[in-house]
Design a protein around this ligand. Sequence first.
Ligand code: GDP
Length: 427
Amino acid sequence: MPSISVFGAQWGDEGKGKLIDLLSRDADYVVRYQGGANAGHTVVVEGEKYILHLIPSGILHPSKVNIIGNGVALDPFKFLDEVAGLTQRGIHVDGQNLRVSANAHVIFEHHRRLDQLSERWRGQGRIGTTGRGIGPCYADKAARTGLRVCDLLEPDHCRTRLGAALAEKNAMIEQVHGAEPLDLDAELDRYVAVGQRIAPFVADTGAEVRAAYRAKKRILFEGAQGAMLDIDAGTYPFVTSSNTGATGISAGAAFPPRWIERAIGIAKAYTTRVGEGPFPTELHDEVGARIREQGHEYGSTTGRPRRCGWFDAVAVRFALELSGADGWIVTNLDVLSGFKEISAAVAYKIKGRSVRDWPAATADIGEIEPVWAQHPGWSEDITGVRRFEDLPQNARNYVEWLEREVGAPIVMLSVGPARDQVISRGL
Ligand code: GDP
């Protein structure tokens, strides 16, 4: 395995956790480069279920170096909680196998507070954020008023910078939102103290990852959320605040784009979405509810029921092309067992016109009518199948159809939550 990007090709929750965990067995470095603790990767190892929000899944394997790159929005308290949780369960975590970029931006309490207050203010126009302060943290990064991990490490400097930032945020909390302001001194003490606690993990991670590449180490870049939630290419404004595909790696991990040697997208055999925003193949009927129940489609971080619908070849085609994917992985194929008929969108009808490409304007996305293709389903339980040729004929036909329609090879199929429930097709 050379340097490889593994990313979600839909609206997140594609089952990346399990696949990244599987692929990270062959990696020396596992790198997160965007997002925050809103990502909830679920990994099942030897019957034990782990939910990782911020820490790369390579942590579950000894002798991997796990990196939280500069593009990640880091909540230091959440980070330490996750470290403590893993340690309690017997997973070895220290500053040697887990490294945090000194340049990562810090999520503060005022970011969380403002995230929730602004969402309330937006009312019907709400984005459906997870309220963890990630968006406001990235906003401050772009406004050049944020603080980075390196700023937390110097107590005096931290007090000055954070004091100035908080004075303004408090004015907003109080005067715009009419809410209780934060206690300035208490906040300064809390963050100066937490800075000292995360210090053993802090490093120049960009330099480390580049040196690892030159030393021919195997590097896996783990994407969080999905391509359709990308801040630039996704369904703006109903997106996350970072670049989610392979495109985010260079900026978020300080790694040259030409050194990314392989890119693999991950998509479910159907589609889900959490929160608000366009979702062309969404099903509001009992079929959608059945997908939700069979697939246990409830958020691993928030517990929110996910919106469910059929596979969308237009969106996945677009997502894979954006990251220059060499291939893709289909997950949750087992969830479709028992459906008499399976549909998938091959194209869209927008204002009477048929299009095969994802439309750029969100206004048009609201007008989409999917053009459906129907496939006969299968009734067999496929969770025990390990070879493609052992799948029911209709399941094979569906997979081959997906491959043709999306136009990129399917290199693996996932047929259950456990790590060994996969069918390899050349990966
Ligand atoms: P991520 O954010 O993309 O990592 O997705 P999640 O962590 O929300 O994973 C989705 C859920 O599906 C988890 O509970 C996984 O254990 C489970 N899962 C992963 N792959 C499969 C699969 O192929 N079939 C089934 N039935 N469940 C899966």
